[in-house]
Design a protein around this ligand. Structure first.
Ligand SMILES: Nc1ncnc2c1ncn2[C@@H]1O[C@H](COP(=O)(O)OP(=O)(O)OP(=O)(O)O)[C@@H](O)[C@H]1O
Length: 585
């Protein structure tokens, strides 16, 4: 129970709550002022009604007073309307701000965000929890304004007769304790409810990502059961929420009428002793209702409790430290890459161990090794998609972590085995980057990646919506390659980005890609012997260590090196020295 509560009220949660309030300061203040004005108008009404009743009973003219009462009722309606609109604006803007911060942070965290929270849970936090957390400023402003009701009610009772206020104040501590317990219990069980929702969302996202496997295995029913397994827990958390709310309402229903009754009894006594008029008794009865009106407070506290728990869940994500960037720039150079004693741990295991590699500027290094040798992780670290746990990576003599974010991303281009293809149209997808590539650069890059032909055959060519464009795995890879080519940079890293291409296309692309380009360094993660043979040098990675560096021709002499390519069609066909010769001829 405590840990649940802690997450909702953690230090990062409180800091984030304060930041949300600060950013919506002016709007929240306006909402608070309008809501307080509405409460004040509500407080004025009983006094006006009471006085009008007294005048009626005395046979005096009351037209002006009746008009005044009607005016206050109208004003109340107007202020309530304004408060609703302002409340909606406050919620929407706070939610938008939170979503902006969270999205930016999740993208800055990169793969760590998914590894720590899971994609589905992150979506649940970004969509559901951000909307709930966004209601906090509005709910707080409304709560402060709602507090003016009971406070004003007590003051008004005191003005009518101090005894009336005394009766109410005697019961006030009970009401205060009741509200405090309600706020605490609500936050705790709502946090639980939201956490279970996040788990269901996470399981659903996994299933959507793997629906082909699930269908092929005929395991739809088992998956449905797995996704919905936390439902009983969700139901328990939901029931606890209702019990907390029900208990608070029941206690309020018992305490508030008793206090009302007490005020009315004293008012009746004072009327009998001619210390109060009939109108004042009427006003006192209405003020007693206002002063004990904890219903509105309970409602606002419930909203705040939900918002507080949701803010805690957003703060958990924001507390995950994102990699920082320096402010440095790169000297002129052609992308000399150095990995110095690079080590990396994953899942508590050493995946890269003391890797020392130098790729001279303008040359191509192929990284080969058995599955799981650490090639992809090395590719990530080489362009700072991930940081090493030990050692340094330098580009043209500058540590990657010292480079400004823009400088780093402009200098390094990536293409992947299964590229994500963001952007609305194919043109956007290829142009996608910090600065969009020009239409000419997009087409030139598509030609280099051998994507131009199939793009032109699409219904609207480059203007075809990416989501509607039918694509094979190899065509997707070519779009990913085109995106990398369109953005230049002095270091190009291809992480198995040619693996789905047929051998002819792969051969053509590597020919253009590896043609002497003194201005750019290339790092290729390769599985095919033919690709390795075309690189200037090959780094052979074995269980996270560099086993050897040399030309493919030199390394091919070792049987264990040849075994890396066992099963590769090219290797089967006897590609070795021949492949090296062919590539260079
Ligand atoms: N986040 C992670 N948590 C735990 N282990 C990880 C994580 N990321 C990678 N690994 C492990 O690190 C090792 C190296 O992974 P990597 O993807 O770099 O291998 P690879 O050489 O590219 O393999 P392949 O050729 O099959 O793509 C693997 O054993 C992998 O299971």
């Amino acid at each position: 129970m405590n840990s649940r509560h802690d997450s909702a009220a953690s230090a990062p949660g409180r800091t984030l709550s304060r930041a949300v309030l600060r950013q919506g300061g002016a709007r929240c203040a306006a909402l608070c002022a309008v809501s307080t004005a509405a409460t004040a108008a509500g407080l004025l009404l009983p006094a006006l009604l009471g006085h009008t009743l007294d005048l009626l009973l005395a046979g005096a003219p009351v037209a002006r007073w009746v008009g005044g009462c009607a005016g206050v009722v109208l004003l109340l309606a107007l202020l309530d309307g304004c408060a609703s609109v302002l409340g909606g604006v406050c919620d929407a803007q706070a939610t938008a701000w939170l979503r902006g911060r969270l999205t930016g942070h999740v993208l800055a965290l990169g793969p760590r965000a998914e590894a720590r929270f899971g994609a589905g849970d992150l979506v649940a936090r970004l969509i559901g929890n951000a909307a709930q957390a966004g209601t906090a400023p509005g709910a707080l402003a409304a709560l402060l304004a709602a507090l003016a009701g009971p406070v004003g009610g007590v003051v008004a009772l005191g003005l009518i007769d101090p005894w009336l206020a005394a009766v109410l104040l005697a019961g006030a501590p009970v009401l205060a304790l009741l509200l405090r317990a309600f706020a605490r219990d609500t936050s705790a069980c709502v946090a639980d409810y939201q956490r279970v929702q996040g788990r269901i969302a996470g399981a659903l996202a996994e299933a959507v990502g793997g629906f082909r496997t699930i269908r092929a295995a005929g395991a739809e029913d088992r998956e449905t059961a797995r996704i919905l397994a936390p439902l009983p827990e969700l139901s328990r958390a939901g029931h606890r929420m209702w019990r907390v709310q029900g208990r608070a309402a029941a206690r309020a229903v018992t305490v508030a009428p008793l206090l009302n009754l007490g005020v009315l009894a004293v008012a009746g006594l004072l009327l009998a002793r001619h210390r109060l008029s009939v109108g004042e008794v009427l006003a006192a009865s209405r003020y007693a209702v206002l002063a004990t009106g904890v219903g509105v407070l309970v409602g606002q506290l419930a909203v705040l409790g939900r918002a507080r728990a949701a803010t805690g869940r957003l703060a958990e994500v924001l507390a995950e430290p994102a990699p920082g960037h320096g402010t440095g720039g790169l000297p002129p150079g052609n992308g000399r890459l150095e990995l110095r004693a690079v080590g990396a741990l994953r899942g508590g295991r050493t995946v890269l161990d003391a890797v020392d590699l130098t790729v001279p500027g303008g040359t191509t290094l192929a990284v080969v090794g058995r599955s799981g040798a650490g090639k992809s992780l090395l590719a990530q670290i080489a362009g700072r998609l991930a940081d090493p746990d030990a050692g340094e990576v330098l580009l043209d003599g500058v540590r990657l972590r010292d480079l400004a974010h823009g400088e780093l991303r402009d200098a390094v281009a990536y293409a992947f085995e299964r590229p994500a293809l963001p952007g609305t149209t194919i043109e956007d997808t290829i142009a996608f980057g910090r600065t969009a590539a020009t239409p000419d650069a997009v087409r030139a890059a598509a030609r280099r990646a051998h994507a131009d032909d199939f793009v032109r055959r699409l219904p609207d060519g480059y203007a075809t919506r990416t989501a509607d464009a039918p694509r094979s795995g190899g065509e997707s890879q070519r779009l990913g390659l085109a995106r990398a080519f369109a953005h230049g940079g002095r270091l190009l890293i291809l992480d198995d980005a040619l693996s789905s291409l047929d051998t002819v296309t792969e051969h053509r692309i590597t020919e253009t890609l590896l043609a002497a380009d003194a201005g750019r360094t290339r790092l290729l993660i390769a599985h095919r012997a033919t690709t390795a043979a075309r690189a200037d040098r090959v780094a052979w990675l074995d269980a996270g260590r560099v086993r050897a560096v040399g030309t493919h021709r030199e390394l091919w002499r070792e049987a264990e090196y040849r075994a890396v390519f066992a099963g590769d069609a090219a290797a089967d066909a006897g590609v070795g020295d021949e492949a090296g010769t062919e590539a260079r001829s």
